[in-house]
Design a protein around this ligand. Sequence first.
Ligand code: C5P
Length: 242
Amino acid sequence: MTTFTNSKNRLIFALDVPDRNQAQSLIKQLDDSVGCFKVGLQLFIQEGPDILRLIKDHSTADIFLDLKLHDIPATVRSALRSARNLGARYITIHSTEGEAILETSREVNDSGLEVLAVTLLTSMKEEQLGTLGFEQNTKIRDVVLDRATRAKQAGCAGIICSGEEIVSVKQKCGENFKVVVPGIRPEWSRVSSDDQNRISTPGKAIQTGADLIVVGRPIRDAEDPREAAQKIVSEIDKCINQ
Ligand code: C5P
């Protein structure tokens, strides 16, 4: 298992908000309760790289730049080179195009920026695979495993997958290959699964081997986001220490 020194460090909060003011308010509330802030497309397109400076000014947590890069290898490689100096710990690229894209991760080897490959979005259901050109009866787990194996061989630090695939990926790719899991819905959360289809509780994801979990709306939309984050950290804690 990749070692994270405490339960808080296993929790990534998705800063899915429209602007820096709302981001700043959540960073201040959550700084001591989460290990990493994830900046996605909405906030990055609105605020640009300055948003990473804002996070660094208010927190010592890691930063995850979730840009899900998807382009020709030369362009992804250049984008990774540009991202290398922004101070993020993680960045995402898509894995659908195979090795040529995945191998761009070597561009930032040893720079402190870890490249995570998105396997199949957690909003995806098995029934949808057919409409995307996969053979009938293709299993999500097999697609995720194939992409995870390629990502590992190509030099990525880890992958993003749902809670349902963690065990198989860990078995196939080994303990040191990071498995990062979104689509997390705590049992107490009043947020519905929304667009997420392959969901898991924080405890189940950690118990089955997730290194890190990504939680957005269940914390952001809670009456008290800090309390919600702390409840999730306690759930992680229980799983680790049971
Ligand atoms: O609000 P919620 O907890 O569903 O947020 C999940 C976050 O994780 C979102 O920012 C989403 O973009 C991201 N994500 C995901 N599924 C993936 C990769 C990233 O939900 N496969």
